[in-house]
Ligand binder design. Structure first.
Ligand code: 8GT
Ligand code: MN
Length: 552
């Protein structure tokens, strides 16, 4: 990271769209919205401009004063580093003033830009210039949406995807971790030496990176991309409702793409039928605008059926991604239990408006051990969840921005609507913080956060709760244990963890008292006796609200 030098510089006058009212043209101010919010930023911008200040719409190298509220100097610096792609732009960071909002408000009050004093300056910690500390766990490192090493991360992610198709989970995770570490680097990797001391880079990934750095491409990646199997698996798993197992079976039977499924009369379940019908649309990226439009619809539905209900956009869009493959939502109500029975009502409301093309709900399964075998795989949570496809009316802005895949959709050219995959999840308020954290992703972040919880903190984190893994007896003392097969207790730690989560969620669901008092997090606050570890987690959960920096 570029160390900041605090020197005063004179900047050339720059023409500016608000030039006619600008009294102080050589002080170009940029206000960071992060943690301040759009409305306060807009208020300060207008006020400042009315007093003749030059306040820029977007960050650029001509900016001389960056002001922010409630951000540390390091956070602001990281934000700027993220905004400035080019090396020569980076150089200009040296002459920037990074200031607390007090400088701007005092300047506005004085009706003239004040000389910067030490108390206005945001403190930044000195960074070792030679190397960047990149932490082992994805949950500990920044992973900006726009980073500097796409030329390396994309090939590694292709190999990860291929490993996923081959059901080689270890290799999949290894490539994803390598990609994630490279995303955290503040500059372009040019030589192998640039990777010295970085964690999570296995031999295989290093070989691939070396090839790309030396030859401009990796033979293995090129071969993979072009392989018939990779392409077929991508096309077949691209059908909503088709997983790696079915795709692999079909591939071995000689099928290559979704139209082969129809042609050969494969037996498809309801989900897969919808997947084929809307194949085109569902493989078109969903834009942020489209996600917001759907958010408005779902918000209306949710509030109509239960006043006071809370809707949160989760998934990739919550991390600040511009596009996604679906739109994820979490629904809750501040009154514990009020959320029960909401899902069917929300769906009915949406259906009555003609907004749903497909829906399938899995009810919550906190109590599943009472009525049969486990239905959800271990990595999935137990909330009531609806996999749906929305019918989204196309506005001019939204349509035609992205090209569709091979012609499988029943839609003709210039449709007035498109299909969008939407996930709705309902959570009780007591688990809402964990559910929000879990559903924000990314998958690797969540995985590593849990790994970190277990390995470094001896805690167990799920989408439902956080608790102390060591306090086994407390868990066992809860009454619901007898609903779970004894064998689950005797097997490995992972299974035991799953068991504990289940016990805890049963307790929460049935409102039985759970003896690890502080394992339960009510809403976003913890009881006073919560341990420091839980506080640490809570701060993770809190920061999850504004996490635009997590890995895409
Ligand atoms: P996207 O842009 O491709 O949609 O990316 P995404 O939004 O990050 O991925 P997603 O597949 O839509 O899932 C959103 C997040 O929810 C994931 O990061 C994942 O960690 C979390 N998640 C859960 N439970 C489940 C689950 O049962 N299925 C899926 N697909 N994701 C889940 O917490
Ligand atoms: Mn998503």
């Amino acid at each position: 990271m570029v160390p900041l030098k605090r020197r005063k510089v004179t900047h050339p006058q720059t023409p500016d769209q608000h030039g006619e009212t600008c009294k102080f043209n050589d002080v170009a101010i940029f206000i960071i919205e992060r943690k301040m919010g759009a409305s306060r930023k807009s208020f300060l911008t207008q006020l400042g401009r009315s007093k003749g200040f030059r306040i820029e719409e977007s960050y650029s190298p001509s900016v001389t004063h960056v002001v922010s509220e409630n951000n540390t100097g390091d956070e602001v610096q990281a934000w700027i580093t993220n905004e400035t792609e080019e090396k020569d732009e980076k150089a200009s960071i040296c002459s920037l003033h990074l200031l607390d909002i007090s400088w701007l408000t005092e300047s506005i009050a004085a009706e003239s830009p004040l000389q910067v004093q030490d108390r206005h300056r945001l403190k930044t910690s000195p960074k070792p210039s030679a190397h960047v500390a990149v932490k082992s766990y994805a949950c500990q490192r920044r992973s900006p949406l726009n980073h500097h090493n796409t030329f390396l991360t994309e090939p590694l992610e292709i190999l990860a995807e291929n490993a996923e198709f081959m059901e080689n989970e270890g290799r999949n995770i290894a490539f994803r971790r390598s990609a994630s570490v490279l995303k955290a680097l503040p500059r372009v990797v040019r030589r192998m030496e640039d990777l010295k001391n970085l964690p999570c880079l296995g031999g295989h990934s290093l070989r691939v990176i070396k090839e790309i750095l030396e030859d401009g491409a990796s033979q293995e990646v090129e071969t993979t991309k072009q392989s018939e199997q990779f392409q077929a698996m991508k096309a077949l798993t691209g059908v909503f409702g088709v997983g790696v197992k079915s795709a692999d079976r079909w591939f071995r039977e000689g099928l290559r793409n979704p139209s082969d499924l129809i042609r050969t009369g494969q037996k498809l379940n309801h989900t897969q039928q919808a997947g084929v019908r809307y194949y085109n649309d569902l493989n078109k990226p969903v834009t942020k605008k489209e996600a917001e439009a759907i958010s408005d619809m779902v918000g209306k539905a949710v509030r109509a059926v239960l006043p006071g209900a809370i809707l949160t956009l989760t998934g990739g869009f919550r991390r600040g991604k511009e596009v996604g493959h679906d739109v994820d939502f979490l629904i809750t109500h501040p009154e514990e239990g009020a959320e029960e029975g909401m899902m069917p009502k929300v769906l009915k409301w949406l259906e009555d408006q003609g907004l749903l093309l497909y829906q399938k709900t899995t009810r919550n399964s906190y109590l599943e051990s009472r009525d049969g075998p486990e239905r959800a795989p271990h990595h999935m949570d137990r909330f009531e969840r609806c996999f749906s496809i929305f019918k989204l009316e196309q506005t001019k802005e939204c349509s035609g921005t992205t090209a569709g895949a091979a012609g499988m959709s029943e839609q003709q050219s210039g449709p007035s609507w498109r299909a969008v995959r939407v996930d709705l999840v309902v959570s009780p308020y007591s688990q809402f913080a964990y559910a929000t954290l879990g559903w924000t992703g990314s998958k690797l972040f969540e995985r590593d956060l849990r790994r970190w919880a277990g390995q470094e903190r001896g805690m167990s984190l799920s989408n439902h709760a956080l608790y102390d893994s060591k306090r086994v007896s407390d868990v066992l003392s809860c009454k619901c244990w007898r609903h779970t097969r004894q064998s689950a207790l005797n097997s490995n730690t992972f299974k035991r963890t799953v068991f504990f989560i289940r016990c805890l969620t049963v307790c929460l669901d049935t409102k039985k008292k759970f003896s690890v008092e502080n394992a339960r997090c009510s809403g976003n606050s913890l009881p006073d006796q919560a341990s420091s570890v839980q506080r640490e987690f809570l701060s993770c959960i809190r920061s999850a609200r504004g996490m635009t920096h997590l890995c895409a």
